[in-house]
Design a protein around this ligand. Structure first.
Ligand code: 5GP
Ligand code: ZN
Length: 137
């Protein structure tokens, strides 16, 4: 499998591991946006978050929560951004699902989720839009 993150899990490419369990592997991002920036990946190869089976999502996020809590405690951090670049159009570069945990600090000049993109389109038809999206379920 020619996948960078699968190679990291297999130990073929070195990484700074911070946590591992049966289902996930977590390591420091090589190009961190803040100190302690960690990436949590499932050990199974799946490209996109929205392709994951629901039970695997549950296992992934249980571990993400544990890692984020551990980072908060040990680094005395009071918050973090936890997110997924889901698909190339959303900025995903490595095609193996990964959850970013980005520790945040006072005065770090960072933004919130609202700083990722700002092209909301028409907001006068939110009722209709919600109705359209509900059609998916
Ligand atoms: P993406 O943009 O795909 O959501 O994020 C991929 C992340 O993986 C980036 O933050 C990038 O810095 C990190 N990354 C890419 N290659 C390596 C690597 O070889 N080792 C580690 N530790 N992180 C990597
Ligand atoms: Zn992979």
């Amino acid at each position: 499998m020619d996948c960078l993150f699968c190679k990291i899990i297999a130990g073929e490419i070195p990484s700074y591991k911070v946590y591992e369990d049966e289902f996930v592997y977590a390591f420091l991002d090589i190009n961190p946006t803040s100190r302690g920036h960690t990436v949590v990946i499932p050990k199974i190869h799946i490209e996109r978050f929205t392709e994951m089976a629901p039970e695997d999502v549950g296992r992934l996020f249980r571990s993400v929560s544990q890692v984020a809590r551990g980072i908060e405690q040990i680094l005395s951090i009071h918050g973090s951004n936890i997110g997924i670049n889901n698909g190339e159009v959303a900025g995903q570069i490595v095609p193996h699902v990964h959850v970013h945990i980005i520790p945040r600090r006072e005065d770090d000049n960072g933004g919130s989720m609202h700083s990722i993109v700002n092209m909301p389109g028409d907001t006068s038809d939110l009722e209709e839009l919600a109705d359209v999206i509900r059609g998916a379920f």
